[in-house]
Write a protein that binds this ligand. Structure first.
Ligand code: KDG
Length: 335
């Protein structure tokens, strides 16, 4: 039975190979994507029991996504087949001074159109000991938002802890008459673990945090702990891999894991930065689940976030040996 269950949309990402522009290339690389799927994929690669609850169309696109997840060890029994289409997105990778660009083509996807009654939380949460979801699902529209709320309420009723990754996606919220703050606040109320920085917290609480960077992060964490009584841990990365901040309410411990190799990551060339936040989330979940203290947990999160930058596609697929080698600073060939 799955232990970590993620709820969210699985997508296909289409990217022109290399650094080409969309309009320039006659070809696409196709990757299975989706923030929540990326998290459970990495956790499965690290040996955890994971499952994914979602809906994909009953066609070869949906089946290819399922096969990929299953190949990485994710339990796909809770993936429903139905609806009309796979959510797609197109990525033109940044290069040099050119930013990475994302175009979503996911409206009316099977997942976005699934009614909230499609999810039987009694069955889906059976045997689960953590539910993970993100701010992407509620951004898809009022019905997915309702489903996300039903999911966290069902988890709380069963005393199953919830982790929530802010994953702000402005382009999605803009598409409908949404009130992100009201919805996200209700979701975070159920979470004991939140991935988000002071900007995410500012959005949730409708206030700004002033002062220098250090003051802002502490003030934001304190305000979030005060506003959301279930919250025990807040984790965030800064500038992708520069450092990680972990705040734990118990004994009010704050930890920062500094990235000693930021320059190396940049100099080595960023192969693909998409999915770095999901790799980080998986690392933190892995660290906490493995009984690591928060300093080690922060380092594992940081290691996976950094390693993800070396891998094309959205998913992070590393093993414990990769994390250990990275943390030991070894870029040697492992034989
Ligand atoms: O974090 C990576 C995700 O952004 C990507 O896999 C696609 O889920 C996705 C989204 O909604 O942007």
């Amino acid at each position: 039975m799955a232990k970590f269950l993620a709820f969210g949309e699985i997508m296909l990402r289409l990217s022109p190979p290399g650094r080409e522009l969309l309009m320039q290339s006659p070809r696409f690389d196709v990757w299975v994507a989706g923030a929540e799927a990326n998290v459970v994929t990495q956790l499965a690669r690290l040996g955890h029991d994971t499952g994914m609850a979602t809906m994909v169309p009953d066609n070869d696109l949906g089946r290819a996504a399922i096969t990929t997840l299953r190949g990485h060890g994710v339990d796909t029994a809770a993936i429903a087949l139905g609806g009309e289409r796979m959510g797609l997105y197109f990525v033109t990778s940044g290069a040099g001074l050119r930013a990475t660009e994302v175009i979503y083509d996911r409206a009316w996807s099977s997942f976005a159109e699934a009614p909230s009654t499609a999810w039987n939380w009694d069955a889906l949460l059976d045997g689960v000991d953590r539910l993970h979801l993100s701010g992407i699902t509620p951004a898809l529209g009022p019905v997915p938002a309702e489903s996300a709320l039903a999911a966290v309420r069902a988890a709380t009723e069963r005393a199953i802890p919830v982790s929530f990754d802010g994953n702000w996606r402005g382009k999605l919220w803009e598409r409908w008459d949404s009130n992100p703050r009201a919805i996200l606040t209700q979701l975070v109320e159920h979470a004991d673990l939140m991935f988000g920085n002071h900007r995410d917290i500012a959005l949730l609480l409708g206030r700004d945090f002033s002062g220098d960077a250090e003051d802002r992060r502490r003030e934001a964490a304190d305000a979030a702990f005060a506003a959301f009584p279930r919250l025990q841990t807040i984790a965030s990365t800064a500038r992708h891999v520069e450092h990680v901040d972990l705040h734990r309410l118990a004994a009010r411990i704050d930890t920062r894991a500094a990235h000693v190799q930021t320059d190396e990551v940049v100099l080595a060339g960023i192969v693909d930065r998409i999915g770095g936040g999901d790799a980080f989330a998986a690392g933190v979940l892995h660290g906490l689940r493995s009984g690591k203290d928060i300093a080690d947990t922060a380092r594992i999160g940081l290691a996976l976030a950094a390693l993800k930058h070396s891998l094309p596609g959205d998913a992070s697929l590393f093993r414990q040996a990769d994390i250990d080698a990275y943390l030991a600073g070894g870029l040697d060939v492992r034989r």
